[in-house]
Design a protein around this ligand. Structure first.
Ligand code: HDD
Length: 701
């Protein structure tokens, strides 16, 4: 028997009808190994055999139970967003929002609500890499006192399609091609661009997807968006439309494409590791939650429809009001139990929050619940600890089903009942005052009443906001976007598909289309026909990453790789390491051998990583502290030359000792404001990328 303490029970969801829930994860304690029936195991190394060299016996139930369980360890991965990383934390409200919502989590300044947040890529399988060009999922489960609220968003504020009926087509086209099973986690292939070309409504999202937003530096440096228009509803029943925004305190930062590709090889788990390590060292990632709140009159004043998920409301037109912050401060105990089994669902809302008629959102309300049954195998998936409400009971008469964990007592399993009159437990009752009621106001759609498979006229403009996005970007970002289009379309074998996409791009911006056509060495086609006039909307600088509002110049939370070798000046390394730490950064020592290098004074300085295994793509800036002799030896080392060369072409700051200059020369480093001898100004330079270097190191479209 295992120690009794290993099998503690918790009240969990217990309420009147749900009794105790055995605590999952109780198998982690010290003690004796047992079978799942609690039988103590005497030998976990050998099967039961008939004689020392004889055949294995079918009777070996210890073996069979162990292998049976192992064989079933995998569950179906998510059809989309399969690869993800998650963390626990809290949401803290800044002030009472009682004027616009009755949602309990927004009533009191300083109130904290536990959250579980999962970030993901979309297209790749669970075992794919962290840094493909892809949208990042940003899903937050708020365990409120009134039930779980899930805000299941992305790091991009718009979506590819307007109507949920197109979702399976979109995902089929984006994922590996059906016959060949590749490419994994990549949109650079025929079927994706075929779909995109034929669905001009995806053009705005394509602009975002081809921008640096989809190659984020870390998960800590992405924005998040609820995308759809939702509603807040206050105690009087008045509705206000809201759009949700998450802004990273760490700033918004992306990689260069070449860098993202190299990170995939150097560390396929780069972003997962970064999140884990940041939380582990107490550098808790934080986001501010903000809302754009508006009424029907404001919605009616816009030249696009707020129910159309391919549209944003520019922040310059309607500022984002900060309403609280989320801090992620605890890594899950167990990846499978929590990150894999967490079941988000946009239909999980609480009183004071409600849906709009956005047809994409409406379709999602069905899909997520359905997918959980397939993945988690039972309608009782809500009883898995990560999915249970943490601050309120679950009480109802839903019963039985696969893997039912609860043991309700008594006869009451229907409502209403009058069993209380006989002294029996009657169970929970509905509550018209505190229970959730759907917002009953007049529907936004004038078409309400007729059954129609139709797209409203107000959804017809597919290009104005794509143009707005492109024209709002910094020139360096525009060049990255154009080059990404060239790269992706170069991987498309079907020429008519490339031509069709180019025709759509002409509608976005003729200059962009020309740059992409030049990059492909293809003629520029005519613009594709449009269903609505294309508007020149005012640019929105808030959409920029580079030189935008969230482009922070700081070492906080960023890493500096310090390359050393035998003969380096130990004091210079120490001084730099402390200075980086004081500035909130993370120094990482890289040496030809992981055991360390012999400093000039004879001491040994241990390395955090070996040069061949820690290329500079893993860092935000680099320093090279070498002696003459150390530098000479590294001139013959391709990994060292590449370390410096990549940092330069990825626009990172390079600090160096005088003696390291020959290595910089060999790597083709040219002097600019980001290349400095080690000193105070290097620390300033290391807090940012050096965009002005871009034209010197790459030919962009
Ligand atoms: Fe979805 C997962 C985000 C449209 C159907 N979606 C999923 C996840 C995120 C999003 C972040 C992963 C949640 C997690 O970490 O477990 N999805 C979005 C956004 C959308 C969107 C921001 C548009 C604005 N999704 C969308 C549509 C459908 C789905 C239109 C279907 C009609 N999504 C699913 C799903 C998934 C999912 C198949 C797969 C795994 C899961 O739900 O739990 O049901």
């Amino acid at each position: 028997m295992a120690d009794q303490a290993d099998f503690e029970t918790s009240a969990g969801n217990g309420g009147e009808t749900h009794q105790h829930v055995a605590k999952a994860g109780s198998h982690g304690g010290e003690g004796h190994l047992t079978t799942n029936q609690g039988l103590r195991i005497s030998d976990n190394q050998n099967q039961l055999k008939a004689g020392a060299r004889g055949p294995v016996l079918l009777e070996d139930f210890v073996l069979r139970e162990k292998i049976f369980h192992f064989d079933h360890e995998r569950i179906p991965e998510r059809i989309v967003h399969a690869r993800g990383s998650a963390a626990h934390g809290f949401f803290e409200a800044y002030e009472s929002l009682a004027d616009i919502t009755r949602a309990d989590l927004f009533q009191r300044a300083g109130e904290r609500t536990p959250v579980f947040t999962r970030f993901s890529t979309v297209a790749g399988g669970a075992g794919s890499v962290d840094t493909p060009r892809d949208v990042r999922g940003f899903a937050v489960k708020f365990y409120t006192k009134e039930g779980n609220w899930d805000l299941v968003g992305n790091n991009i504020p718009v979506f590819f399609i307007q109507d949920a009926i197109k979702f399976p087509d979109l995902i089929h086209a984006a994922k590996m091609e059906a016959d060949r099973g590749y490419p994994q986690a990549a949109t650079a292939h025929d079927t994706f661009w075929d779909f995109v070309g034929l669905m001009p409504e995806s053009t705005h999202m394509i602009m975002w997807a081809m921008s640096d937003r989809t190659i984020p530096r870390t998960l800590r440096t992405i924005q998040g968006f609820g995308i759809h228009t939702f509603r807040f509803v206050n105690a009087e029943g008045r509705s206000t439309f809201v759009k949700f925004h998450w802004k990273p305190k760490q700033g918004l930062a992306s990689t260069c494409w070449d860098e993202a590709v190299k990170i995939a090889g150097a560390d396929p788990d780069f972003q997962r590791r970064d999140l884990f390590e940041a939380i582990d060292r107490g550098d808790y990632p934080e986001w501010e939650l903000g809302i754009q709140a508006f009424d029907q009159k404001f919605a009616d004043s816009l030249p696009y429809d707020v129910l159309d998920a391919t549209k944003i409301i520019p922040e310059e037109l309607l500022p984002v009001r900060p309403i609280g912050r989320m801090v992620l401060d605890r890594w899950p105990d167990n990846f499978f139990a929590e990150t894999e089994q967490v079941a988000y669902c946009p239909a999980n809302i609480v009183p004071g929050i409600d849906f709009s008629n956005d047809p994409l959102l409406q379709g999602r309300l069905f899909s997520y619940l359905d997918t959980q049954l397939k993945r988690l195998g039972s309608t009782n998936f809500h009883q898995i600890p990560i999915n249970q409400p943490k601050q309120c009971p679950v009480m109802n008469f839903q019963r039985d089903g696969h893997m039912q964990m609860l043991q309700p007592k008594g006869r009451a399993n229907y409502e209403p009942n009058s069993l209380a009159a006989a002294g029996e437990t009657a169970g929970p009752r509905e509550c018209p005052h505190t229970g959730f009621t759907s917002f009953a106001g007049r529907a936004e759609s004038d078409e309400q009443g007729d059954k129609l498979r139709i797209r409203p006229e107000s959804f017809a403009d597919h290009y104005s906001q794509a143009r707005l996005f492109f024209r709002s970007l910094d020139p360096a970002e525009q060049a990255h976007l154009a080059s990404a289009l060239v790269f992706e379309l170069s991987k498309v074998g079907l020429e008519h598909v490339r031509t069709r996409v180019l025709s759509n791009l002409v509608n976005v911006d003729p200059d962009l289309a020309r740059r992409v056509a030049d990059g492909l060495a293809m003629p520029l086609p005519e613009a594709s026909p449009v269903a609505a006039p294309i508007l020149d909307l005012d640019p929105s600088p808030a959409l920029r990453i580079i030189r935008g509002a969230l482009d922070l110049k700081t070492l906080e939370g960023r890493s500096v790789g310090i390359l050393i070798a035998d003969g380096s000046d130990g004091k210079a390394v120490d001084d730099l390491t402390s200075a980086i730490g004081d500035a909130g950064g993370r120094p990482v020592i890289v040496a030809p051998k992981v055991g360390g290098a012999k400093m000039a004074d004879g001491s040994i300085l241990k390395a955090d990583g070996q040069l061949a295994g820690m290329p500079s793509v893993l860092f935000d800036a680099i320093a090279v502290i070498l002696s003459d002799e150390g530098c000479r030896s590294l001139l013959e080392e391709a990994a060292a030359v590449q370390f410096v060369m990549d940092a330069f072409v990825h626009l990172k700051a390079i600090g160096h000792s005088k003696e390291a200059q020959p290595l910089l020369d060999k790597a083709g480093v040219r002097a600019d404001e980001g290349v400095l001898e080690i000193g105070k100004s290097f620390l300033d330079a290391a807090g940012t990328r050096h965009w002005d270097r871009e034209p010197k190191v790459r030919t962009l479209a």
